[in-house]
Structures are given as structure tokens and as C-alpha cells.
Design a protein around this ligand. Structure first.
Ligand SMILES: *[C@@H]1O[C@H](CO)[C@@H](O)[C@H](O)[C@H]1NC(C)=O
Ligand SMILES: *[C@@H]1O[C@H](CO)[C@@H](O)[C@H](O)[C@H]1NC(C)=O
Ligand SMILES: *[C@@H]1O[C@H](CO)[C@@H](O)[C@H](O)[C@H]1NC(C)=O
Length: 152
């Protein structure tokens, strides 16, 4: 009994050490992936418009979301038709879910993946981080859709 408890403690210790050490050793891209767990919402710019993209599994999110998982914000658009994300806003998906967010006005001047705001879908709170503007997918009109922020 004593030894099995010790073994369990050793495994627990090894597991808890692997997390932080692994994260430190990982490249920023891998760290980014490690940070991405569960469902998420990406705030994306697609050249001429912006969209919120819901991902049931945020680790597997680089595809055209389809109508039900995409929400096009209509308020706070700039002269290019892109959403000015760095304020409070909300968007109602066709599914009836409304995602609301607040992002710091200086978010773009902060490092990639830093926490810059928060969001909610009414049932669950999200932490919003600055993304690295990787292309998530190309829409039906050939517009590259880049992830500007992500909410987990
Ligand atoms: C989420 O996607 C990742 C990457 O494709 C995969 O490894 C993982 O098993 C998926 N998780 C779930 C719960 O489907
Ligand atoms: C709209 O916002 C995008 C992203 O911040 C920026 O690149 C673009 O220059 C802006 N366009 C105008 C007209 O302000
Ligand atoms: C964020 O990542 C992108 C892509 O790797 C890079 O081009 C950009 O310089 C980074 N920005 C900051 C503020 O680190």
C-alpha cells in the first residue's frame, strides 16, 4: 500500500513536471497548440469582411466553418469592411447563440498569444488571446481568412 501510494505520487510529480517543462521547450507554435483545448471561437479577417468562427474542437479548426458555425458582425466595421475587434461587440449565430467579447484597445501592440480580453456565449466564459494571423481557411471567393484573436 505504502509503495503503491509512492508510485502514484511519483507519476503525479512526473506528469506535473512534464507540463511546464514541455511548454517551455516547445516552439511558440507548439505552445500555441498546447494552449488550445476544447471548444473555441476565432475572430477572423477575410480580406473584405470579418467573421467569428466556432470550433467544437479548437485543435482541429483550420477549415471553412460553414454557415451555422460562422457569424458575420455588422457593427463596428472599418472602411475596409473589417470588424474593429478591439472594443466590446457581439454577434448572433444562426444557431441562436450570441457571442459577446471585450478586447483591449491596444491588443495588437501586445505579443502573439497574450491575453487581451474576455468573452461569453451566455453559458461559458472565454479568455481571448491575440493570435498570430495564420490563415485558417480560404473562403468560397478565394479570400484568405486569418485568425486575429481566439477565445478559449
Ligand atoms: C481534437 O483535434 C485534435 C487534432 O486533430 C485531435 O488530436 C483530438 O483527438 C481531437 N479531440 C477530440 C475530442 O475530438
Ligand atoms: C481596417 O482594419 C484592418 C485590420 O486592422 C486594417 O488592416 C485596415 O487598414 C483597416 N482599413 C481601414 C480603411 O481603416
Ligand atoms: C506574431 O506572429 C506572426 C507570425 O509568426 C509574426 O509575423 C509577427 O511578427 C508576430 N507578432 C508579434 C507581435 O510577435
Amino acid at each position: 500500500m505504502f509503495f503503491s501510494k509512492l508510485a502514484t505520487a511519483a507519476i503525479f510529480l512526473a506528469t506535473s513536471l512534464a507540463g511546464p517543462l514541455g511548454a517551455v521547450a516547445a516552439s511558440s507554435g507548439e505552445e500555441h497548440q498546447l494552449a488550445k483545448r476544447g471548444n473555441g471561437v476565432h475572430l477572423v479577417n477575410c480580406v473584405t469582411y470579418s467573421a467569428l468562427v466556432y470550433c467544437a474542437n479548437d485543435s482541429n479548426c483550420n477549415f471553412n466553418p460553414g454557415a451555422g458555425n460562422e457569424c458575420i458582425p455588422r457593427d463596428h466595421l472599418n472602411g475596409s469592411g473589417l470588424e474593429v475587434w478591439e472594443q466590446s461587440g457581439s454577434c448572433r449565430f444562426d444557431t441562436g447563440t450570441t457571442f459577446s467579447w471585450t478586447i483591449q484597445s491596444n491588443a495588437q501592440s501586445q505579443p502573439n498569444f497574450s491575453i487581451v480580453g474576455s468573452g461569453t456565449n451566455g453559458a461559458q466564459g472565454f479568455t481571448i488571446r491575440k493570435d498570430d494571423q495564420h490563415v485558417m481557411y480560404t473562403d468560397g471567393n478565394g479570400h484568405a481568412c486569418r485568425s486575429i484573436y481566439y477565445a478559449l
